[in-house]
Write a protein that binds this ligand. Structure first.
Ligand SMILES: [Zn+2]
Length: 184
């Protein structure tokens, strides 16, 4: 992990961090991966969190990927410090890949620049993600609220997403791309 981050990757990460107040004051090591879009690792030392690492594929890097990996770190942190675990807390972020996608999309529209990887999306929605991103994000937010009293909130969400894909989209005059203020 000696290689420097590209300037673009660094700028994207810096722009992302303010959306993750849970990670304030923590050191995150960022490395590269070629194999996956990204990965996240938490290293424990005698039950306490000692290192946070994310690895990113820098080519075609998206905010969705950065957000996803940082959300994994938050998942890990909310699991613990394994010595003081309080998983019944409503703010506790559940572990799992689909959960990671849901909480990443819900966090901010910034992370909707690419479709999620694990949440099940109909193909048409995958292909026209920019047209659906806003509505899918809103459904994710509702699903998170539902989770408090409804265990099958992910199943509910994926059913709602399928329904959404069936509804014809209004013609949009905007270009079919989310406009994000990339620094150039
Ligand atoms: Zn993941």
């Amino acid at each position: 992990m000696k290689k420097r981050l590209t300037r673009r990757a660094q700028e994207m990460i810096e722009r992302t961090l303010p959306y993750f107040p849970e990670l304030i004051g923590k050191t995150i090591t960022v490395g590269y991966t070629r194999k996956h879009l990204g990965s996240a690792t938490i290293i424990y030392d005698r039950g306490a969190v000692s290192r946070l690492i994310i690895r990113l594929k820098v080519r075609k890097l998206t905010y969705q990927t950065i957000g996803h990996e940082l959300t994994h770190l938050v998942q890990g942190l909310s699991r613990g410090d394994r010595r003081t675990r309080s998983s019944l807390d409503a703010k506790h972020l559940p572990s799992g890949e689909k959960q990671c996608d849901i909480w990443t999309l819900a966090r901010d529209p910034l992370f909707c620049d690419d479709p999620p990887t694990y949440l099940r999306l109909p193909r048409a929605m995958h292909e026209r993600w920019a047209d659906y991103a806003k509505e899918v994000r809103e459904l994710c937010i509702v699903a998170i609220e539902k989770r408090n009293e409804f265990r099958l909130y992910i199943r509910w969400l994926e059913a709602e997403i399928r329904e959404l894909a069936k509804t014809p989209l209004p013609e949009k005059s905007e270009p079919k791309q989310l406009i994000l203020p990339f620094a150039t």
